[in-house]
Each structure stands twice: as structure tokens, then as C-alpha cells.
Design a protein. Structure first.
Ligand code: ADP
Length: 193
């Protein structure tokens, strides 16, 4: 199963990806997680990405395409993977189409979680509160200023990615405002149909 999850920040992609990982026994490839790990480890990629990530902007296509190109060739991705947070621009989507063709891989589905933008800020504030309550550290970009920039980046650069997949007849849309279990069921139905 090779799957892309699309949707704005706070749409619940991570939550649903975790469930799909269990169901299909395939890894979740989150470019956000990979970039945060690179920042933490202080690698060359991390040093380049840190400031733009914290502000809420997008890291360059070249960097994330490079990361994904290497990652999908690793052994644990042989049976499939869930892409979460990639592609985030049409250029990334086009690069992915080419990458998959070169590797003789085929996507099974692109699932978009549709959410009401007004609910997103509340979700992010909630995520920050829960993280603090659990003794964790809130992400450097989970603050109102960066979140607004992330939403703008989504609207301007990532929403066209849905149109790209709709255009090639691969997009399935699920209501991301439903309760978590309902969203999971809707995704499973979309994958079955
Ligand atoms: P969110 O919770 O907003 O979906 P992620 O954890 O996926 O965020 O990503 C956090 C940040 O990492 C993004 O705001 C961006 O700076 C960077 N990033 C992640 N994936 C990509 C990508 N595919 N292209 C460019 N930047 C990315």
C-alpha cells in the first residue's frame, strides 16, 4: 500500500497515519518528523531547515525531495509507505511522480482530509496544551504566529497539490471534522473503493 495523506496543519494526518501504520504494517514517512530529527541532530540539512521551519515557512523542494528519494528506497518501505507532509508543493508532487516511475512503484491512493480552517487553530492550541501536560516540549512552530504562516503556506502552495491529484483522477476526499474513529473508517472505505 503506497499512500499519500493530504490536508492542512492540524487536520489529523499524523493521528490517522499512526493507525494506518498498524493496519498495513508499513512505515509512516513524515517529512516534518524527518526534518525535525535533522534539526535536532544538527546535520547540514537540519542547519538549512531550522529557521524556515520555526517561522512556519516551507523548506526548499530540493531538500525534501532529496530526503524522500533516499527514504523510499530503504528496506522497510519495500511493501509500501504512508507519505505524511509530502508532497507539499506541485513541484514536489511532480518530482514524486517521476521518482515513483523511475523506481517502478505505483501509488495506491491519495487521501485528503478536509477540515474547517476555523477549527485548526483550536486544535493546535489543544495539541500544545496536551504536550505540556504530558511533560513534553511544544514544537517551535506550534505558536499562533508560525501557525498562521503554515496555514498561508498550505493555502498557497499545498492546496494546489490536491488539484494536481484530482486532475489525474487519484484524489479521494474524507471529512476530517468527524470524530477520529469515523475519519479512520472513512479512510478505510476510501482505500477499499
Ligand atoms: P504540520 O503539523 O503543519 O503538518 P509537519 O510536521 O508536516 O507540519 O512539518 C513541519 C514543518 O516542516 C513545515 O512547516 C515545513 O517548514 C517543514 N516541512 C515538512 N514537510 C515539508 C515539505 N514536504 N516541503 C517543505 N517543507 C516541509
Amino acid at each position: 500500500m503506497k499512500l499519500i495523506l493530504l490536508g492542512p496543519p492540524g487536520a489529523g494526518k499524523g493521528t490517522q497515519a499512526t493507525r494506518l501504520v498498524e493496519k498495513f504494517g508499513i512505515p509512516q514517512l513524515s517529512t516534518g518528523d524527518m526534518l525535525r530529527a535533522a534539526v535536532k541532530a544538527g546535520t547540514a540539512v537540519g542547519l538549512k531547515a531550522k529557521a524556515v521551519m520555526e517561522s512556519g515557512g516551507l523548506v526548499s523542494d530540493e531538500i525534501v525531495i532529496g530526503i524522500i528519494k533516499d527514504r523510499i528506497k530503504e528496506a522497510d518501505a519495500a511493501k509500501g509507505f504512508i507519505l505524511d507532509g509530502f508532497p507539499r508543493t506541485v513541484a514536489q508532487a511532480e518530482a514524486l511522480t517521476k521518482l515513483l516511475a523511475d523506481e517502478k512503484m505505483k501509488l495506491d491512493a491519495v487521501v485528503e482530509l478536509k477540515v474547517d480552517e476555523k477549527a485548526l487553530m483550536a486544535r493546535i492550541e489543544n495539541r500544545a496544551r496536551e504536550t505540556v501536560a504530558a511533560g513534553g516540549t511544544v514544537r517551535a512552530d506550534d505558536n499562533p504566529e508560525s501557525f498562521k504562516i503554515r496555514l498561508d503556506a498550505y493555502r498557497e502552495q499545498t492546496a494546489p497539490v490536491s488539484a494536481y491529484y484530482a486532475g489525474i483522477g487519484e484524489l479521494k476526499t474524507v471529512d476530517g471534522m468527524a470524530p477520529i474513529d469515523e475519519v479512520t473508517k472513512a479512510i478505510n472505505r476510501a482505500l477499499a473503493g
